[in-house]
Design a protein around this ligand. Structure first.
Ligand code: SAH
Length: 274
């Protein structure tokens, strides 16, 4: 049920979306008129509300995807499709101890917090204080003050303070600079994953992982998302799509010499022998 301070997603008949926070006596205004917040307080989501000019809006609780795509951003955006792949390939689980860098606007941070749950711990490094401020505002806006988060204003290239870490999740320009620190702070079997915009950066990162002889298997991939139009007889892909966001590289830290394993076989199927 919507209450004072609830976040609400309003969608007008043309599909335009607005994210608002409810206040008693508050008003939302657009070119379609003014909507009184009191129409929503105490009501269930999925209802429609009206502006004083008679425009109709659908009122829903925003999903985290709605929130991160509407929240104020300082740093480069990370796309939900890539966040989905990160959560799965990094195998983020409830209770995990995770390092993230950089925090940026906090979009990935919010998803990681959700995936590790209250029993997990996320330590997020960001070198720019102004970004960290914006990110913490976004995070606290959606998740109030999460007890499973530590925000750190630090250049992660200079070192990782924590050890016994399950997962390291990176979205910054030179992830190879972290490899020596990651070797010390990751548990054996732990996973490092990096979102990387260009192929030359991917090559440098993968070569550095291999040269360290501490990571195997390594997976390198990208995720493409294509929306479809389904309307009567017109069933076809949308005309436009985001064709490139970033590549993902994931790797597991191991205890033995990784060069003993054939790197060309890293993507082979797993056989399950019960
Ligand atoms: N994933 C973030 C976006 C990250 S953008 C999100 O979902 O919003 C990359 C961020 O990394 C920037 O904010 C940048 O300031 C930060 N960064 C770059 N190099 C860094 C370093 N060495 N240590 C910590 N943060 C760094």
């Amino acid at each position: 049920m919507f209450q004072e301070n609830s976040l609400v997603l309003l969608i007008d008949k043309k599909g335009r979306k607005y994210l608002i926070r409810l206040k008693e006596g508050g008003k939302f205004s657009s070119h379609l008129g003014i909507v009184e917040h009191d129409q929503m307080i105490g009501k269930d989501e999925g209802i429609t509300v009206y502006s004083d000019m008679g425009a109709q809006y659908l009122a829903l609780t925003p999903t985290l995807k709605d929130f991160v795509t509407k929240m104020p951003r300082g740093a480069q955006v990370i796309y939900p499709k890539d966040i989905g792949s990160i959560i799965i390939w990094a195998d983020i689980f409830q209770g995990a101890r995770v390092i993230e860098a950089g925090t940026g606007s906090g979009a990935l941070t919010l998803y990681l917090l959700r995936a590790i749950g209250p029993s997990g711990l996320l330590i997020s490094y960001e070198k720019r204080e102004d970004f960290l401020k914006k990110a913490s505002k976004n995070i606290y806006d959606f998740a109030s003050q999460p007890s499973n988060l530590v925000l750190k204003c630090k250049d992660i290239y200079s070192g990782i303070d924590e050890d016994n870490i399950d997962r390291i999740v990176l979205d910054l320009p030179e992830p190879w600079k972290i490899i020596p620190h990651a070797i010390n702070s990751l548990k054996n079997g732990g996973i490092i994953i990096s979102l990387i915009p260009t192929m030359l950066q991917v090559m440098t990162f993968v070569d550095s992982l291999r040269n360290s002889k501490k990571f195997y298997p390594i997976e390198i991939f990208e995720t493409m998302l294509r929306h479809w139009n389904v309307k009567g007889q017109s069933v076809r892909p949308e005309h436009f799509m985001v064709s490139h966001t970033a590549f993902l590289v994931s790797a597991r830290k191991i205890a033995v010499d990784a060069s003993l394993f054939d790197s060309s076989l890293e993507h082979w199927k797993t056989e399950y022998i019960p």
